[in-house]
Design a protein around this ligand. Structure first.
Ligand code: EPZ
Length: 452
């Protein structure tokens, strides 16, 4: 099925002839993990909301389809990467299953629907296959604000209702990026003040706060883990430009280094990339600031092995560990990656092995797993592994690969670009979910890649 030229379930493949250095300049798209949430903010007002620097990716179009279904009128100006939203009075409070099942962020719609209409029906969230990814921390917070929420297994929907959301004090049991955003979206029109403790501090959360405050909300980040939200009567419209996608910066920077190339990347906010830049220094990767938001990433000399543990912001992001694994296949020595945010984020390993990568799983000794891991320990199924060892440098060769989730998809493209010979990658639609026209943009940098 396709909508507006985006093939949702296409069987596209990438044919990549690797082994050539990437060189040139590229500008990063708007952040996917900010764009999906600021779309929801348009449901909180009847006035016009204009958003610039939107990423034209499948996930974005899927979320647009969902809010159109709920009654928001939408105009997308592709060339300007701009969208104009006008909420002409919601007609529905139930998110259609076949649309929402593919997009984890669809579950966040519960917040603006409860905030404005006192009721919502959302399906249990889907998204990438990288773990259980429940939304218990979201639900508990909304219930503390007075919402009555029940899960109906017969239709797989959460049914929620409330007369009026009340401000509350809620301490998240553990970090949740979209959970924090869901509670913020619910609290901006609630009665009274809400205080969120142990709140996430990913930069995309602050981008959403910036937009909502532009729309008249009164949200303040008191310290790195505490946010207060004063409930307002109503919000106005607003104009807003989304921050660049830091995950795309990391993917492209690693593409430059893994192919022994030299890239100038525009849209690099280095203050939110610190954990990546520090690791890059340890690995002997070359980078230099050219101006406030432009950075050059280049291959200096033999890369060095590193020890890495992922964590929520400001740590080394879980979204970056798969691309990093490709780089470490080219580093001298034994590297380790310990994934602590999701319980199943190493599906790409079996694919990289097809390119000749020498990677083995292990489970590090962890005294208090419930404290160390961001997922709930009981969600952990014994056969998942939480860490890998990578032996390098290992020359990579061509292979036939299958994409499992969005970030893993980009990782396989990196692997194929670094490998000698011609590789074929199936399941490219996962990559289109998070990277706009990736093959066109890589071609401009000298990559031999074509969609077949
Ligand atoms: C967001 O996912 C991002 N997605 C992810 O990016 C990112 O990897 C992740 O945050 C970490 O920064 C979007 O913003 C759309 P979490 P989110 O809630 O919010 C468990 C990408 O590729 N958990 O911080 O779903 C959960 O299972 C995506 O762009 C609960 O148990 O992440 C996970 O193991 C991938 N109960 C961990 O906590 C809850 O109620 C972190 O989840 C909520 C979360």
């Amino acid at each position: 099925m396709t909508r507006k030229g985006i093939a949702i379930f296409n069987m596209d493949k990438f044919l990549i002839k690797g082994g050539r250095p990437l060189k040139g300049e590229i500008t990063v798209s708007g952040a996917k993990n900010a764009a999906l949430k600021v779309l929801l903010a348009s449901l909180l007002t009847d006035e016009v909301v204009v958003i610039e620097n939107i990423p034209l990716i499948t996930d974005f179009y899927l979320m647009v389809e969902i809010i159109k279904e709920l009654g928001v009128s939408v105009k997308i100006f592709k060339k300007e990467h701009k969208i104009v939203l006008k909420n002409k009075g919601l007609q529905k409070v139930k998110v259609p299953l076949e649309m929402a099942a593919r997009l984890r962020t669809s579950s966040m719609i519960i917040a603006p629907l409860l905030a404005r209409f006192g009721q919502a029906q959302i399906p249990n969230p889907g998204g990438c296959r990288i773990g259980a990814r429940p939304i218990d921390r979201h639900i508990k917070g909304l219930e503390k604000m007075g919402a009555k929420i029940s899960y109906h297994p017969e239709d797989g929907y959460f049914h929620a209702q409330v007369k009026k959301l009340m401000g509350t004090n809620y301490k998240f049991p553990k970090n949740t990026h979209t959970g924090t955003e869901t509670l913020i979206l619910a609290a901006v029109l609630a009665k009274g003040e809400t205080v969120l403790e142990n709140a996430a501090q990913e930069p995309e959360v602050d981008d959403l706060i910036r937009l909502l405050n532009l729309m008249g909300a009164k949200i303040r980040r008191i310290n790195s883990r505490k946010i207060t939200i004063k409930g307002m009567e109503k919000l106005t419209g607003g104009e807003f430009k989304i921050i660049p996608d830091r995950n795309e910066v990391v993917t492209l920077a690693i593409a430059a280094l893994a192919t022994k190339g030299d890239l100038i990347i525009r849209g690099t906010q280095r203050e939110i990339l610190k954990a990546f830049l520090e690791k890059l220094d340890q690995a002997n990767g070359g980078w230099e600031p050219l101006d406030k938001e432009t950075t050059r990433f280049y291959f200096k000399s033999q890369l060095k092995a590193t020890e890495l543990t992922t964590s929520s912001y400001p740590g080394f992001m879980t979204d970056w560990q798969a691309p990093w694994a490709v780089l470490m296949t080219q580093a001298k020595g034994i590297s380790t990656i310990h994934e602590t945010v999701f319980e199943n984020r190493f599906q790409y390993v079996q694919e990289l092995r097809k390119l000749g990568a020498k990677i083995e799983f292990f489970n590090p000794e962890v005294k208090k797993p419930e404290k160390v891991y961001n997922f709930d320990w009981q969600d952990k199924t014994q056969f998942y592994n939480q860490a890998i060892r990578i032996l390098g440098p290992t020359p990579l060769h061509e292979g036939i690969l299958e994409v499992s989730d969005l970030r893993a998809g980009a990782t396989l493209v990196l692997g194929a670009l670094a490998a000698k010979g011609e590789s074929l990658i199936f399941g490219v639609s996962h990559i289109d979910r998070g990277y706009e026209e990736i093959e066109e943009r890589l071609k401009k940098l000298g990559a031999q890649i074509k969609r077949v």
